[in-house]
Design a protein around this ligand. Structure first.
Ligand code: HSE
Length: 308
């Protein structure tokens, strides 16, 4: 049996809408990511379990694992029936790359099971295609870090499509999911179709300075330019009290606070564990609104998807 774990990820990373993404792992050792296993079976079957499996669609053909299998089916023609087991540990519509986690784990597990030997580029293209189909627009900022780990810069039409960026090892990423959902496709539809020249200039200035700061190990500069001109201003209405929360956790010492992907998860960066713990407690009290919500202190997951 082949079993693959694929970690949660933060899309956009505050300054790189659709082109920056970071894989994350909780420092307490929790597995925040989906697992997919594939084994031989007489007929094609999908089994779902895990904390969030009750959120999965009832119709099998709407399940991400089926969509992944269907692409393999078309690509390699003669295909043996399999039992796919999806362990859904990630809340859907949370902004933590839940769909990417299922996609990456499914594609990699099927690739290994069928010994397809697709290249990394072919695999990532398949992952991006499925993500685009689900969310209403191809974006690699979740699938790439989820697959490859680390902080990834998506270069899209180049080969490879993504570049691994340096990271600041002392940064801790506090992520808070309130327990509610935001549809990525809706959060994409509310963005303007066109942006003013000043916004484009500000955005390219911030993003390029951020990348420069990573390469020159200037963490304070990186924080200064971590500003989202493209998505965050338009998504504020989707996140209750976002600006108030941002300001409160900055008072507690957070270096930054942004929407993770299309939300409603928020992420904040802290320079030490003491501050991260204070922020975790504050968010648990003030941002989580039901029993399923959670807050984790995370590091960057440098490994990405892996066989377990
Ligand atoms: N870059 C995507 C967006 C990520 O913000 O729409 C979605 O998780």
């Amino acid at each position: 049996m082949i079993k693959i774990y694929a970690p949660a990820s933060i899309g956009n990373v505050g300054v790189g809408f659709d082109i920056l993404g970071a894989a994350i792992m909780p420092i307490d050792g929790s597995l925040l990511g989906d697992c997919v296993s594939v084994q031989s079976s007489k007929t094609f079957k999908i089994k779902n379990y895990g904390n969030f499996s009750n959120q999965l669609p009832i119709n099998m053909k709407d399940n991400i694992t089926w969509k992944a299998w269907n692409i393999f089916n078309k690509k390699i023609k003669i295909i043996k029936p399999v039992l796919i087991t999806l362990e859904k540990n990630m809340p859907i519509g949370s902004g933590l790359g839940s769909s990417a986690s299922s996609i990456v784990a499914s594609v990699l597990a099927l690739n290994k099971f069928y010994k397809t030997k697709l290249t990394q580029i072919e695999l990532i293209n398949i992952m991006g295609k499925i993500e685009g189909f689900i969310s209403g627009g191809i974006h690699y900022d979740n699938v790439a870090p989820c697959y490859l780990g680390g902080l990834q810069l998506i270069a899209d039409d180049t080969t490879p499509v993504t570049q691994n960026l340096p990271i600041f090892n002392h940064w801790l990423w506090v992520i808070a999911w309130p327990g509610s959902t935001v549809s990525t496709s809706i959060a994409r539809k509310i963005l303007p179709l066109k942006y003013k020249k000043e916004i484009c200039i500000k955005n390219s200035r911030n993003l390029s300075t951020f990348i420069h700061a990573l390469h020159t190990n200037k963490s304070e500069l990186a924080i200064q330019v971590m500003i989202d001109e493209i998505a965050e201003p338009y998504r504020i209405p989707l996140i209750p009290n976002f600006l108030k929360i941002k300001s409160e956790i900055k008072k507690l010492g957070a270096l930054s606070c942004h929407i993770s992907g299309s939300g409603p998860t928020l992420f904040s960066i802290c320079s030490n564990l003491k501050i991260a713990k204070k922020i975790k407690i504050w968010l648990e009290k003030n941002y989580i609104n039901n029993k399923s919500g959670f807050v984790y202190i995370c590091k960057i997951d440098k490994l990405g998807a892996r066989r377990i």
